[in-house]
Design a protein around this ligand. Structure first.
Ligand code: DQA
Length: 144
């Protein structure tokens, strides 16, 4: 059975392509999804790609991943810096987790320097643009 990865995206990432393109680039989230599906297929992985603007919905997606997925790639977006609920949900499912940020959060405002998710992630990729999602898939396949 092919291993399955859940790729989760937090608030405002549905606006990729038009949102602050100087920071996040010009690719839409749909384009990122297609690239992830392509890379996952070539790595022999199954993938589901989801986005939500709601913290509770992201928690529900994470809880639901326990039985269905072998690993999680998450860009928690602004919730990285605020959400103990998302961190607790990630701990509860006990799956390998890679945190992705499109921008280099350490080069930006100080409130972005802290992530509640980072201490519970196996690895963190940030500042490499949307390529970070593809690198995360490559990293996870080795860990599974
Ligand atoms: C982000 C960085 C966060 O600080 C920000 O709130 C986002 C996107 C990134 O991918 O660079 O929405 O997670």
């Amino acid at each position: 059975m092919a291993k399955k990865i859940l790729i989760l995206n937090g608030p405002n990432l549905n606006m990729l392509g038009t949102r602050e393109p100087e920071t996040y680039g010009s690719q839409t989230l749909g384009e990122v999804e297609q690239l992830c599906i392509k890379r996952a297929t070539s790595l022999g992985l199954g993938v589901e790609f989801l986005q939500s603007n709601s913290e509770g919905e992201l928690v529900d997606y994470i809880q639901g991943a326990k039985e269905k997925f072998d690993g999680i790639i998450i860009n928690p977006a602004a919730y990285s810096h605020t959400s103990i609920a998302i961190r607790d949900a990630l701990i509860s499912v006990d799956l390998p987790i890679i945190e992705v940020h499109i921008s280099n959060i350490f080069k930006r405002e100080t409130f972005r320097h802290h992530s509640y998710v980072s201490p519970v992630a196996n690895g963190i990729i940030c500042g490499l643009g949307t390529k970070g999602y593809l690198l995360a898939l490559e990293a996870l396949v080795e860990q599974l």
